[in-house]
Design a protein around this ligand. Sequence first.
Ligand code: FES
Length: 72
Amino acid sequence: MAEVVIRVRDNGPYLVEGPVTVLDASGKAFPIDKARPATALCRCGASAKKPFCDGAHQAAGFQAADRAPTAD
Ligand code: FES
């Protein structure tokens, strides 16, 4: 099974790369285009298509540039 990678985009969504299923609170799956290489999940709260990113983070002025800690 392929490893799923989540990329934290600066000022934008989480990009989930790999075969994923996104379930709502009742366990029902959201439709996902499996032909796309990645699924963008909203982390700004402004999307009209939550839990997916619709690009609204740009107009909302969402800012985040989280970095993983460096190994010492
Ligand atoms: S991260 Fe893109 S709309 Fe929220």
